[in-house]
Design a protein around this ligand. Structure first.
Ligand code: XUL
Ligand code: CO
Length: 435
């Protein structure tokens, strides 16, 4: 049975096409800088936003109309697998991501939850084998259930820690079963509300304990996905421990997790932290820790995690530039952690939204490739830092100077000439690559 009878395979038709169910920029097999677009972009669809999100918000009930609702939670879960793979195949997306609770009902006990996961992942595996579609990453939802009110690994209650460990173990078993390429830890409620009753250092030690158990278990079962921490500064906790890329790198280094852990960076989390997305990608890159991305965008006027589909070409261009400079994103990918707006409640909006996101990233890729080929940013930066290429600058970089020698130099050279950045001109030239 087809869940989307009105929608066929989405093909590339170019910008002249007025078919809403066609790509105007994403041409999977087109070669850009020596690789196909699909190799560069490694798109993934997120199970939670696409299959389980119902359009409700803090002020209103569900709006989404979905034809996969069944008589029982398990029937709905099975229908969802069918519908999900139909979406992936029709979009030509080769990867997907999910939380454990997105795919299977939790039931009345942990045991029942695990049985449900086994049954549904059998179905998912069949579909994967049939279609060649792959698992980019899975994760455990350790934030929705009331037991996680004070966090998961960072909870004050050791039974909650144990429960979380069981979910992570199952997550890794599932990752092995489905050949997951990455495994994500987004610290849902790993943060705190008030320092008055919180031992922050102890809670972070405990998070690191769980991560080390995950590394050890992966080694034991002979399955080593790339582990990823997904930073977010706030929401739901007031203070989230993995605030941003820099904070998460400090955590990774403090607990000696380099080598096993990289970062999964999300655009809307970056803006919540008061950063641009490209800032976060650049920070990760400077640590060789850019693992994967969650593609979306926030609403700058609202300032919370609205998870909109990305439609801003400047943002995707600068993000893709960072990815190109990184030498690609594999084994990570571009996961649409994006949801249709509450008013886009029709089934077909799921396609229109993904097409919009994929086209916006494809456009960003093409613009970023042109910027790279033209050495646009390279030339700008080479010129800007030229004073370190020779003379005193080259000696500073080579470690040949000290405070005394530089004082002697500065006393002779205190009439300093600076150059204008011409930043407005630069931005205007950058626009030429976008439109
Ligand atoms: C929450 C968020 C999560 C993670 C996975 O803001 O981004 O969906 O991506 O748990
Ligand atoms: Co995310």
């Amino acid at each position: 049975m087809a869940y989307f009878e009105n929608v066929g395979k989405i093909n590339y038709e170019g910008v002249k096409s007025d078919n809403p169910f066609a790509f105007r920029h994403y041409n999977a097999e087109e070669i850009v800088l020596g690789k196909t677009m699909k190799e560069h972009l490694r798109f993934a669809v997120a199970y939670w936003h696409t299959m389980t999100q119902d359009g409700s918000d803090p002020f209103g009930k569900a709006t989404n109309i979905r034809n996969w609702w069944g008589e029982t939670p398990m029937e709905t879960a099975k229908n969802r697998v069918e519908a999900f793979f139909e979406i992936l195949e029709k979009l030509g997306v080769e990867y997907f991501c999910f939380h454990d609770i997105d795919i299977a009902p939790e039931g009345d006990s942990l045991e029942e939850f695990f049985q449900n996961i086994d049954e549904i992942t059998d179905l998912i595996k069949e579909k994967m084998d049939e279609t060649g579609i792959k698992l980019l990453w899975n994760t455990a939802n350790m934030f929705s259930h009331p037991r996680f009110v004070n966090g998961a690994a960072s909870s004050n209650n050791a039974d909650v820690f144990a429960y979380s460990a069981a979910q992570v173990k199952k997550g890794l078993d599932v990752s092995k079963k489905l050949g997951g390429e990455n495994y994500v830890f987004w610290g849902g409620r790993e943060g705190y509300e008030s320092l008055l009753n919180t031992d922050m250092a102890f809670e972070q030690d405990n998070i690191a304990r769980l991560f080390k158990m995950a590394i050890a278990y992966g080694e034991k079962i002979g399955h080593k996905p790339q582990f990823l921490i997904e930073p977010k500064p706030k929401e739901p906790s007031t203070h989230q421990y993995d605030f941003d890329a820099a904070t998460s790198m400090a955590f990774i280094q403090k607990y000696g997790l380099e080598g096993d852990f990289k970062l999964n960076l999300e655009a809307n989390h970056a803006t919540l932290a008061g950063h641009t997305f490209e800032h976060e990608l650049n920070v990760a890159r400077s640590y060789d820790a850019l693992g994967s991305i969650d593609a979306n965008q926030g609403d700058p006027l609202l300032g919370w995690d609205t998870d909109e589909f990305p439609t801003n070409v400047l943002d995707t261009t600068l993000a893709m530039y960072e990815i190109l400079e990184n030498g690609g994103i594999a084994p990570g990918g571009i996961n649409f952690d994006s949801k249709v707006r509450r008013s886009s409640f029709e089934m077909d909006d799921l396609f229109l939204a993904h097409i919009a996101g994929m086209d916006t990233y494809a456009r960003g890729l093409k613009a970023a490739a042109a910027l790279k080929e033209d050495r646009f940013f390279d030339e700008l930066k080479e010129k800007r830092y030229a004073s370190y290429q020779e003379g005193i600058g080259a000696k500073i970089v080579a470690g040949e100077e000290d405070l005394e020698s530089l004082t002697a130099y500065a006393l002779e050279n205190d009439d300093i000439t600076l150059e204008s950045s011409h930043l407005e001109f630069v931005k205007s030239r950058l626009n030429d690559y976008l439109f």
